[in-house]
Write a protein that binds this ligand. Structure first.
Ligand SMILES: [Zn+2]
Length: 135
């Protein structure tokens, strides 16, 4: 009903709410930048999958265990990656990705030093299985 909708728009919010609504996205953007900065530093300013050096503007944050599969924004689950590798990985689980692209797993083991131990362990397993299959 258009009449009712117009009425909803006219309801004014208390001053405090209006302020926090505007302030929140700024904080979120700052927090996101800080997380990206830390991930980029921890990964040696490289894409952990292809190993190429990354400039700030080309760096993307990758959730090693994808958000689509319940991965969190925990620093141990975040790495820096180039857009190309990030798209290539998509929503694949890390071991699926490394089984398909062992080179990505080899680079990951070398450059993603600060990721969770469990992620490293499963990457190591996936890479050795893939290499054994290729041999
Ligand atoms: Zn890459």
């Amino acid at each position: 009903m258009p009449g009712r909708q117009r009425h909803v728009h006219r309801v004014s919010l208390p001053r405090v709410d209006r302020f926090s609504r505007r302030a929140r996205p700024i904080h979120r953007a700052q927090a996101k930048r800080a997380v990206k900065r830390a991930a980029l530093r921890d990964c040696g300013r490289r894409c952990v999958y292809c190993g190429f050096g990354l400039e700030w503007e080309h760096a993307t944050l990758d959730h090693v265990w994808p958000v689509a599969h319940g991965g969190t924004g925990d620093p141990g689950n975040l790495v820096s990656a180039c857009g190309r590798c990030n798209r290539l990985k998509g929503d694949l689980l890390p071991y699926e990705f490394f089984a398909r692209f062992p080179w990505a797993g080899i680079n990951f083991l070398q450059f993603a030093r600060t990721v969770n131990r469990a992620l490293k362990r499963s990457a190591r397993r996936a890479v050795s299985l893939a290499c054994a299959a290729a041999a």
